[in-house]
Design a protein around this ligand. Structure first.
Ligand code: GDP
Length: 367
């Protein structure tokens, strides 16, 4: 049928055909995943083949609060475990604005150019409130996101650092089974999250920028002590001189710390995440560290210790959740808190009263 020519100004003209944002094949895969209730076995085999869609799906299961999802997540993790562990895990921390995402983009691209497969995960316990202050917005790491050999996952959300850390820890296993040989865990340099990251990585990198002679102020001693390398970023343009001065000062400060049990002397270096100057030197420092610690057995020892630590942490987290989410305890806690505030009970006696009440619930249940 011949169509009447529509000359109305309100009519939309036909534009150019827009290219697909993702390949039709990938879109089809995603569709299939969404539609199908994929089994754990199928997820495991796809992850082992390097399928990033399956990897994302498994991490989503790990992050779920639904007990059925968690059961499935555990099956997938167990299936992946024999294929995990073969990677270098790097922790990166620094205060907001220091250049973490710019640095990870530059470093990540450097590594993928070397033929590495890089996964970037994040620990940001505030993300459930701020909807992801790190790795949250899509504009970060634009180049790395598009790299076929990179995988970037924003921080899991959760009501406690312990919860977020557990999810990230399990995501590491899944990424490794999926073939990623370099895992970068990013965290914001505030609060306790550095300790959590430190307890799941082989190498810890502290990112800094040069200030005006006050380099050592405002950094918590503990964070400096954890660092295997301190990288002074933004060493470009007028900043180069200041960055070099900062390097001298940090080096001097590091000498005051006791020798690490790894046998490694922490290094200080400068770089520019924008010009890429100094990026390759960081990789060299990292490989020196790995060679040393694999040679003296520390690398393996640390991983074994970390595994034990995470088992105990998981038990602690589980017990805490069981206790605080128990309806009887929830109610009694309000009363007991009031008694402690009013000095009718000491904090210790209050705690014992609640713990005894909790124990008695199980004795009653048994009978
Ligand atoms: P983050 O909050 O730690 O992730 O920091 P960003 O990566 O978002 O960087 C904060 C700002 O510093 C951005 O405007 C970056 O462009 C800038 N920046 C990051 N790295 C460098 C660098 O090496 N040199 C210079 N001159 N600017 C940088």
């Amino acid at each position: 049928m011949k169509q009447k020519k529509n000359t109305s100004a309100l009519n939309e003209i036909e534009g150019v055909i827009q290219p697909e944002t993702i390949s039709p094949k990938a879109a089809q895969n995603i569709q299939q995943f969404r539609r199908k209730n994929i089994s754990s076995e199928e997820l495991i085999s796809k992850i082992l083949l390097g399928d990033k869609v399956a990897l994302s799906r498994a991490i989503t299961l790990v992050e779920s609060t639904n007990p059925i999802h968690l059961e499935k997540a555990n099956e997938v993790i167990n299936g992946c475990l024999p294929f995990a562990n073969k990677s270098i895990r790097i922790g990166i921390t620094g205060v907001p604005g220091v250049g973490k995402s710019t640095f990870i983009e530059a470093f990540g691209k450097y590594l993928t150019n070397l033929g590495k497969k890089v996964a970037v995960l994040a620990i940001d316990p505030s993300s459930s409130l701020s909807h992801g202050s790190i790795l949250g917005d899509k504009t970060r790491m634009e180049e790395l996101v598009k790299d076929e050999n990179a995988y970037i996952r924003p921080s899991a959300s959760g009501d406690s650092l312990g919860g977020v850390a557990r999810k990230t820890r399990e995501a590491i296993i899944l990424c490794e089974a999926c073939g990623f040989d370099t895992i970068i865990i990013e965290t914001v340099g505030v609060g306790q999250s550095e300790t959590a990251v430190h307890s799941m990585v082989d190498f810890f990198l502290l990112l800094k920028i040069a200030g005006a002679g006050d380099e050592l102020q405002g950094i918590k001693r503990g964070i400096m002590e954890m660092a295997d390398v301190i990288v002074i970023n933004k060493a470009d343009g007028d900043n180069i001189k200041k960055a070099n001065l900062a390097k001298v000062e940090f080096n001097r400060a590091l000498h005051l710390f006791p020798t690490k049990s790894s046998g490694w002397n922490p290094k200080v270096t400068t770089c520019s995440a924008i010009t890429n100057e100094g990026i390759s030197a960081i990789w060299e420092i990292l490989t020196d560290y790995i060679d040393l610690t694999k040679g003296n057995g520390f690398f393996q020892e640390k991983r074994e210790e970390q595994n034990q630590y995470w088992m105990l942490e998981t038990i602690n987290e589980y017990l805490k959740n069981q206790f605080y989410h128990n309806p009887t305890i929830e109610k009694a806690l309000i009363d007991t808190k009031q008694k402690v505030i009013a000095h009718h009970l000491s904090p210790f006696a209050g705690a014992m009263e609640l713990l005894q009440l909790y124990n008695s619930l199980f004795i009653l249940n048994k009978e």
